[in-house]
Write a new protein. Sequence first.
Lengths: 105, 710
Amino acid sequence: MESMLHITTLHYLILGAALFLLGVIGVLTRRNVVIVLMSIELILNAVNLNLVAFSRMWGGLHGQVFAIFVITDAAAEAAVGLGILIAFFRNKETVNVDEVNLLKW
Amino acid sequence: MFFLDHIWLIPLLPAFGAAIMFFFGRKLQKATVSAVCVGSIVLAFVMACGAVSQYSAWSSTPENFHKPYQTVLYTWLGTDTGRMNYSTRGGSPAAFRADAGFLLDPLSSIWLLFVTGVGMLIHIYSTGYMAHEGGYYRFFGYLNLFMFSMLTLILANNYVLMFVGWEGVGLCSYLLIGFYFHRKSASDAAAKAFIVNRIGDAGFLLGMFFIASYFGSLSFMDVTAAARSGHFAIGDPIITAATLLLFVGACGKSAQLPLYIWLPDAMEGPTPVSALIHAATMVTAGVYMVARSNALFVLAPKSMLVVAIVGALTAIFAASIGLVQNDIKRVLAYSTVSQLGYMFLALGVGAFAAGVFHVFTHAFFKALLFLGAGSVIHSMSGEQDMRNMGDLGHRIPTTHRTMFIATLAIAGIFPFAGFFSKDAILWETWSREGGAYRILWYVGYATALMTAFYMFRLMYLTFHGRPRMSHEVEHHIHESPISMTAPLVVLALCAIVAGWLGWPHSLGGSDRFTKFLEPVFAGEARVLQEEGRTSQLVAGVEEEHNTGTEWLLMGLSLAAAGVGWGMAWRSYRHADKGYTEPIAAVAPPVYDVLLHKYYVDEGYDYIFTGRRKLGDVRLGVLGLGAASAWVDTNVIDGAVNAAGWITRLAATISSWWDKWIIDGIGVNGPAILARMLSYPARLFEWGLVQWYALVMTAGLVGFVFYYVYH
């Protein structure tokens, strides 16, 4: 089947951008702190996708190695984030991000 | 020449007595005190007689003819270093010099004799009078100190040493008037005497300054010679000023208007003090000074006119007050003021010898009157008010007779002493050219009438009439001891005889008194002739023409004396309890004014001392004090208070500024501004985490766009 769409790097980039955008919108919009953290993971993974796509494009492994680092970093960050979330929940009895407004004037 | 060479001993003997009293007087017996003090004066009198007789011999030798005798002990003020040099008004060089020098000429001889003579008699009298008083040694010490000062005054050969004596007699007058210092009236009187004297002394000093600057010397001989040299014109303004100022000093010392007020109050002192100081000696110091300066006065006819007018006015003024006084010593005090007026009248019309003659006779009869009054007071156990006396004549006969002689003398009855001297004065006044002198003669004539009246009033009220005293006093009346009556007798003899020394030419006498004084006043004859005045000193021509007039005037003055005597005889001869004063019967308001001495003391209190207020205002010296206090309280303290108020005001303003402006605007202003600016600023702080994230993202996108499209 030759009229099949060639999957070029661009497609991966667009997918990555779309995932990034979704993640950003989730961070900015979602009420639940856990969902916000998940959205942050999404952003990080979108970045991973970008890195791997460019690694395939250029033929070296730099991108992939970088992606391994980012995954590690995302895992640590998720652990810390969840720790903050637990502390936050202990104080406020809620996971509504709108309740984090002690600096409100 | 012993007495002349040692003339300085004469003042020194009483000074010695005073010194002994000062150091040892308290421990001495009364007899010792009397011996030392009276003895010193007796010795001084003997020496004085010796000195005068030796002087007469000395000055009648051809080479010393009519010259004064001068001896200088040492230079008191003055130096050879030239540091006291100055130049006179006319530009000639002069050196200030005042020696401790003594001058004896006819003028000072007369004063010397009667001062020591009368002083001696009064000292003897005082031993009797003060025998039962406390402070005996103090009294005699002061008396001796007074004699020392008076003799220094008389014998000085320059104005400065005379001023030392002048001040000394003023001091002793203060000490002796205030002898009974427990009495407020006595100490007040003493202060009054000293202060009024001091006012006169200011004039004397100013006169001396003028003389020193004009003549370049203060020695009598130099000044007299310069004045007689013809170098100065008659009517010279500086000499007029100097002589007027000297006369102010004489007014203070010799109790003329307007400075006579101390003399009646001075009667607070013991009677011998009144006799010595305020009758015979101190008050004549002014006359002496004017007579000594006769060369200057002759060059200033205006001053002489002033002297004559003041003298005449004083004479009649004091005589009028003496008409109604009830205290025996007050009458005699006003009589003294009045007779001193006569003396100045004489000096003022140029009759210097007549004035000196009156001083001489007055010393005797006035001292006699005062000592007699003291004897009366002594016998009346201290009573001085004549309303409580009467009928003493046969109880104290010696006192009565001697006082009667003195009264005849002062009234001017022939041939007693006062007649000749007073008549000489009146005659000289009449024979001067000019209407003013006739008026002065009338004044003098009226005064003579009044004198006779009040003196005989005194005699009748005291010695005649019915007794008006209380019974206890009446029982104690006794004649005084011989220590008191003997001087009275001696003085009475003098009062009879002294006048005969000046027996006038018109009555066939030789007027030795005037002749004796010729060397002192002879220069005046020339000057007075230049002024076209007649003078008794120019012998010969005028006398024959005017003898008739002189007899007429003598008769008139005898008539005046007689009329005065008769009026007193009629009113007071039978004075009983509650007798009426004739003046009070005729014109009560006049009587009141005279009794209150024309309210002069009250007037002075209003104007000069300020002891009485005029409404709300106080004038005079105390008024100056009150004004100064007012200035201090209101003006000066007001300024201080104002400065404080201004400081408080400044502080208030400063604190307001600090609180509202500096703190309010400066410090709080930015804070308020910051707060106000924070309102819009804090709108950004919503506290929403996702909003922050959105803003971050937006910023990031912006940056990316910027880098991509730039």
